[in-house]
Design a protein around this ligand. Structure first.
Ligand code: COA
Length: 293
C-alpha cells in the first residue's frame, strides 16, 4: 500500500507477471490451415528472445505436418507485431555483451529465414501495428493482407538507429526507391491502403473482413499442387536476385528437380485439360486425387 497526497492509501500497481515463454506464441490447425499468433498483446507482440525461440519451435513443429497445407501468421490483440522488444531484445541482450547481442540476433533471424524458405505457403495477416523488426517476418511470408486500420512504420529513426535486422532490405525489396527512402527516413506510419499501394502487402481490407479474405486465399492455395507451390515460391524469391540468363537456367533446373520429386501433378493437370476436358488451367486448378469427391 502507498499513501497519496490526501493521505489516503491506495493499492500499488505491481507489474504483471512475465508471460511464460511457451505462451508467447499461440496456434491452432483447422481445415489444413495453421493459424499462428504472436501472443504478447500486453507488449503489442514485440519480439523478445523468448518469443523468437518459441516461434522457431512452433513453425518447426508445423512445417512438415501432413495436416497443415498453409500457415498464417497474425497477432493477438490490436498489434500484428510492434517490432523487436526494446527492453528484452535490445537492452537486456546488450547488457550481456557482444555474445548476448549476437545470440539474440541469430534467434530472431533464424526463424525469419526458415519462414522465407518454408515448405508450405505462408501468409502474413496484419491485424494492427507493424513496426521495424516485424518487417522480417512480414517479408518472409509469401503473401500479406492487412486491415485498413493497420499501421506500418520503420520507427527506428524515431529512436535513433537505422532499420536493421533486414528491415531496410525489406523496404527496398517491396517498395520503390523513393518510397523506401521516405519511409525509412521520416519514421511516419502508413495505414493499410497506403501500405498496399506502396507494395508492403497484397491487399488491405476492412478489419472485419480480414480473416475471411485470408481464409479464402488459403482455401485456394490448398487446391494447388504442393510440390509446384513450393517450387514456385522459391523461384520467385530466387530469381529476384539473378540475371535474366541465370534465372532462365535456374527455372529449367528447378522444374526438373520438382519433376524428379513428383511429376504426377503436371501429368494429371495436362490430362484433365487435353484429354478429359474437365477444366481450363487459365481459370483454375486441376482436380487433384486428394480433392476428389
Ligand atoms: N518493445 C518493448 N516493449 C514494447 C514495444 C517494443 N517494441 N512496443 C510496445 N511495448 C510495450 C510498452 O512498453 C508497454 O509496456 P508497459 O505496459 O509495461 O508500459 C506496452 O507494450 C503497451 O505499449 P503502449 O505504448 O502503451 O501501447 P500503445 O497501443 O499506446 O502504442 C505502439 C502502441 C506500437 C505505437 C507503441 O507501443 C510503440 O511505439 N512501440 C514501439 C514500436 C517500435 O518502435 N518498434 C520498433 C522496434 S525495432
Amino acid at each position: 500500500m502507498t499513501s497519496n497526497l490526501t493521505g489516503k492509501t491506495a493499492a500499488r500497481k505491481s507489474p504483471p507477471a512475465k508471460r511464460a515463454a511457451k505462451d508467447t506464441v499461440a496456434f491452432e490447425v483447422k481445415d489444413r490451415i495453421a493459424w499462428v499468433k504472436y501472443n504478447r498483446p500486453e507488449k503489442r507482440n514485440a519480439q523478445s528472445p523468448d518469443l523468437n525461440r518459441r516461434m522457431t519451435e512452433v513453425i518447426s513443429e508445423l512445417e512438415f505436418r501432413d495436416d497443415v497445407g498453409v500457415l498464417v501468421l497474425t497477432g493477438e490483440g490490436d498489434a500484428f507485431c510492434a517490432g523487436m522488444d526494446l527492453q528484452e531484445y535490445f537492452r537486456d541482450s546488450a547488457a550481456k555483451g557482444l555474445g548476448g547481442v549476437r545470440k539474440a540476433q541469430r534467434e530472431a533471424y533464424a526463424w525469419w529465414s526458415q519462414l522465407r524458405w518454408y515448405q508450405k505457403p505462408t501468409i502474413a495477416m496484419v491485424n494492427g501495428w507493424c513496426f521495424g523488426g516485424a518487417y522480417g517476418p512480414l517479408f518472409a511470408c509469401d503473401l500479406a493482407f492487412c486491415a485498413d486500420d493497420a499501421q506500418f512504420g520503420l520507427s527506428e529513426i524515431n529512436w535513433g538507429i537505422l532499420p536493421g535486422g533486414g528491415a531496410s532490405k525489406v523496404a527496398v525489396n517491396l517498395m520503390n526507391h523513393r518510397n523506401a527512402m521516405y519511409h525509412a527516413m521520416m519514421g511516419e506510419t502508413l495505414n493499410g491502403p497506403q501500405a498496399a499501394a506502396q507494395g508492403l502487402v497484397n491487399e488491405s481490407v476492412p478489419a472485419d473482413k480480414l480473416k475471411a479474405r485470408v481464409d479464402a486465399v488459403c482455401r485456394e492455395l490448398l487446391k494447388k499442387n504442393p510440390v509446384a507451390l513450393k517450387a514456385t515460391k522459391d523461384a520467385i524469391r530466387r530469381v529476384s536476385e539473378m540475371t535474366y540468363d541465370s534465372a532462365e537456367d535456374y527455372l529449367i533446373r528447378a522444374q526438373e528437380a520438382a519433376d524428379s520429386f513428383d511429376k504426377s501433378g503436371r501429368i494429371e493437370g495436362m490430362k484433365q485439360f487435353l484429354d478429359d476436358k474437365t477444366y481450363k488451367p487459365g481459370l483454375g486448378a486441376y482436380k487433384r486425387p486428394v480433392d476428389a469427391d
